[in-house]
Design a protein around this ligand. Structure first.
Ligand SMILES: Cc1cc2nc3c(=O)[nH]c(=O)nc-3n(C[C@H](O)[C@H](O)[C@H](O)COP(=O)(O)OP(=O)(O)OC[C@H]3O[C@@H](n4cnc5c(N)ncnc54)[C@H](O)[C@@H]3O)c2cc1C
Length: 453
């Protein structure tokens, strides 16, 4: 079908407000947040409802047009960026943003895929509940993207990742049929649990149009502290979240809470849903004991909500700060928590030997065994050389991760970035099962081609 004819049909399905074909207007949808990937597309379609989405997908499937699902476009592995051929249509779900139902007694919320994460948090709060998924991009990323990447973030230790927070899904399959699995059940053993196929599938098996998510009681009290510690083993002992202070200094407008240089910083948040606890006092008492034992070198407890927010802002601004600094080689890895110090010792030493002068910025979620382990060189020319040797650096880091029984993608996914790495680290059996599932649901390979598999 000629492009003009296809565009006219799509416009007929989603209206003028749901179709972007102008080159400039399409631009934000054709590259990723980091600016690492850029593609082209026939157009960007923005359906406003599940029936519209289903009709769009059915039309494109009939016409054999590749489709690239997209939500907030904050993903970090190029999963929502089309390839350069210009054959694909980007299907962006941002206009599907209704909160369909809040069931406070069932501790659940039903939302459409284009609700931003913050809108879901706000809707939960308005009902006196907590939706605990939280990450620095929460004002822009959307539930469809969060579920498709099985997003992690800062509360995984206590509440789990996006997969753990999902009760039900509605999905438009690659042929345009809609699977309505919007159940708000915590127990349902009626055969295969299909939702898990689509969670973390990065849009390769279908387009998530809506979800039922778990809510929780809101904590009645919380206490936040910023700690300075001498090494990663101490951070593991404390089971908090870590940030390497090199990045902290780059964040405009926020002073690091502790004077003096500590090799590692740990951000701790304790919360309690029951009334009657003086959490601040309890945290202070236990930190005093840790300082006396020598595990913690120094600590600052937030004395106000705004100070607690400042501490968190430091943590959440790390990705932005690194973006300002220029290119770095990024790794998003996980290992068993107990092996974090082992990983850091081995990877630091191997990289320093291979790339003398390399600067390693490691931060992440110690409680989840997840580290963002980023490499750069402070000198421009040397940095260009380092970036040019990314695959050598990846090999060093990922081989050590694999030897320790870890994962080469803890929370950002595979997308385009790690497709070839996946082949190296997944077994042939795992790859074969994944390919079988893909071809059962998407035999024509039209749904987000070139991603994951
Ligand atoms: C500053 C910053 C901080 C971040 N921090 C974290 C963090 O702490 N933890 C974390 O896990 N991630 C983090 N991320 C990565 C990113 O925010 C998450 O991956 C997020 O879940 C992506 O959501 P999105 O709406 O932007 O999805 P997009 O980028 O639009 O899409 C991501 C993937 O999902 C697919 N997709 C999108 N919508 C759908 C749908 N409706 N159905 C099927 N497939 C779909 C896309 O094709 C793509 O493969 C961060 C990103 C930034 C920029």
């Amino acid at each position: 079908m000629a492009d003009s004819c296809l565009l006219a049909k799509l416009r007929g399905l989603v209206g003028e407000a749901g179709l972007i074909s102008d080159t400039d207007a399409m631009d934000p949808h054709l590259h990723d947040w980091r600016g690492r990937y850029r593609g082209a597309a026939r157009c960007v379609v923005k359906p406003a409802s599940t029936p519209e989405l289903a009709q769009v997908v059915a039309l494109l499937a009939r016409e054999g047009v590749p489709m690239v699902p997209q939500a907030g476009n904050t993903g970090l592995v190029g999963g929502a960026t089309p390839d350069a051929s210009g054959n694909a249509v980007v299907i962006n779900v941002s206009r599907m943003r209704r909160v369909r139902k809040v069931d406070a007694a069932n501790n659940s919320i039903m939302v459409e895929a284009g609700c931003t994460l913050r809108e879901v948090q706000d809707a939960a709060e308005a009902a006196g509940r907590l939706f605990p998924l939280s990450l620095a991009a929460e004002g822009s990323c959307e539930i469809g993207g969060n579920l498709s990447t099985n997003a992690g973030g800062v509360h995984v230790l206590r509440y789990g990742n996006a997969r753990d927070l999902t009760l039900g899904l509605e999905v438009v399959l690659p042929d345009g049929r809609t699977w309505d699995g919007l159940r708000g059940l915590r127990k349902d053993n009626t055969g295969y649990d299909l939702k898990h196929l689509f969670l973390g599938a990065e849009g390769t098996l279908g387009i998530i149009s809506a979800a039922v998510l778990k809510l929780f009681p809101r904590p009645r009290a919380s206490a936040v502290a910023w700690l300075g510690v001498g090494n990663a083993a101490a951070a593991v002992d404390l089971l908090g979240r870590t940030a390497f202070e090199l990045v902290v200094k780059n964040i405009p407008g926020v002073r690091p809470p502790l004077a003096g240089g500590h090799p590692w910083a740990v951000l701790v948040e304790a919360s309690e849903s029951l009334a009657g606890f003086d959490l601040g006092a309890e945290l202070e008492e236990s930190l005093m004991a840790e300082i006396e034992s020598g595990l913690v070198a120094d600590a600052a407890i937030a004395r106000s909500l705004s100070q607690a927010r400042d501490f968190w802002r430091l943590r959440e601004s790390i990705s932005e700060a690194q973006k300002i600094e220029g290119f770095s080689i990024k790794h998003d890895v996980s290992v068993p928590v107990s092996l974090i110090p082992n990983f850091l010792d081995r990877a630091d030493a191997a990289l320093e030997a291979a790339f003398p002068g390399v600067r390693i910025v490691a931060f992440g979620h110690v409680g989840d065994g997840n580290l963002h382990y980023n490499l750069s060189n402070p000198l421009g020319e040397a940095n260009a050389e380092l970036i040019g040797r990314s695959s050598d650096a990846n090999r060093i880091v990922h081989d050590i991760v694999a030897e320790l029984g870890g994962s080469i993608s803890a929370e950002h996914g595979i997308g385009q970035l790690k497709r070839t790495e996946l082949l190296r680290y997944k077994s042939e059996v795992e790859m074969e099962v994944m390919r079988t599932i893909k071809s059962a649901l998407d035999p024509w390979g039209l749904m987000n081609p070139g991603k994951v598999l």
